[in-house]
Design a protein around this ligand. Sequence first.
Ligand SMILES: NC(=O)c1ccc[n+]([C@@H]2O[C@H](COP(=O)([O-])OP(=O)(O)OC[C@H]3O[C@@H](n4cnc5c(N)ncnc54)[C@H](O)[C@@H]3O)[C@@H](O)[C@H]2O)c1
Ligand SMILES: [Zn+2]
Length: 445
Amino acid sequence: MVTRSDELYETDFYAWTRAQAEALRRMASERREVPLDLEHLAEELEDIGSACRNAVRTRVRRIIEHRLKLVYASATERRTGWLDSIDEALAEIDDKLTATIRRDIGDRLKKLYAQTCPRVVRDLESYGERAAAPLRALGVTVSLVPIPAGEDSKTIDTVAALWSAFLKAGIERGHAVIALGGGVVGDLTGFAAATWLRGVRWIGLPTTLLAMVDSSLGGKTGADLPEGKNLIGAFHPPALVLADTATLATLPGRDLRCGLAEAVKHAVIGDPGLLDTLPRFAFCKDGDASIPCARLSDAAWLAPFVARAMAVKIRIIREDPFEKGFRAALNLGHTIGHGIEKATHFAVRHGEAIAIGTVLEARLAEELGLAQPGLAGKLANLFSSLGLPVVPPPDIDPAEVLAAITLDKKKTDGKVRFALPVGLGEVRTGVTVDDASLTRVLKRG
Ligand SMILES: NC(=O)c1ccc[n+]([C@@H]2O[C@H](COP(=O)([O-])OP(=O)(O)OC[C@H]3O[C@@H](n4cnc5c(N)ncnc54)[C@H](O)[C@@H]3O)[C@@H](O)[C@H]2O)c1
Ligand SMILES: [Zn+2]
């Protein structure tokens, strides 16, 4: 029987259209007296059903993907609450979406989650156990203190939680604190160590590429305020940094690419030969962390590459530990990069913004006659080949980027100072640029 249309949304709409089409076909085959081309109507109904289903599915997929990224990004903190956020995502879906589709998506999500997130959580936890075991075997007392993942936890509250944990663990002057994790863990732990009993030693065991080649090394430690990133902080260099590139096997492709952007930046600043050691590999697209990403995280090429990228930064910070002079070269790509991060409300990730920033700063250097023409193009090809963006997102407002750059905390005498690439292996620091040139470059992309 043909059902009434007010029952439409009580069942899966697609299933409903198919059932109706079937009923119409049955009526046609029974040759009932109806003034309609039933076959044609049945087809039309089926088409409407599939179109709606596809539209709903696309919408659902977009919402779910967005949610999944959030769930995935903070897998460690949400491992008990992840179902809640999926429920939240499902609640956003149009009321008309039926129970059947909900169940279907719920099941698929659970499978996806089961395949990815718990593995990462287990791995991260096991890294902690693996680091603690040999120390315990030496008779050292080790307390593990988990920190919730993500930039959101880079707050003074987390630092206070660390201080409490230090108190509970009886951390004294001669003891050391170990930061095992990405840049967030390193910055927080280093700062908590800098301020505990007026300073205890800290050791970095970085587990993201960015932390290995960059954040664990410079001695800059700190936390964010709601008003801005890294506003609280202290120079407190680590006593030791050990980077085990095997941990990168579990790092998502996008995080690896962001770390690569910083490593390439180091090559451009002080070791262009490093670029020749980059293997030719394909990069996976977002959310497709399959085979190519596994090759990207292959420790065989990564280990020497990471060691060499670390060496560039170590050389520079040894010469200028408190950023009085040439250390500013490490800000290559960062002046425009920070502007892009802020103007996109951090939708463009740090490493991605650095890739775009380095290319645009090279273009500026070309305009100012500091760099050989062609440098920006060369850098753009390089970053693109690594799966990194090289132009600002199309919907970005250059005026907003400019405003964010002008507010940059590194400005002195009211002027923003750039570290601009002059060639591969050469950077000029302290360069001031007029707003018109900067706007031109931002507009051209
Ligand atoms: N101190 C410095 O000089 C300096 C320099 C650059 C950046 N930073 C800071 O570093 C932070 C960014 O660091 P990040 O990019 O490492 O981000 P992050 O520390 O937030 O780590 C990214 C994500 O990866 C997860 N993770 C870490 N290791 C993993 C592994 N081996 N496998 C799977 N997942 C893993 C984390 O739990 C987190 O969810 C920012 O706060 C930035 O301000 C500091
Ligand atoms: Zn950076």
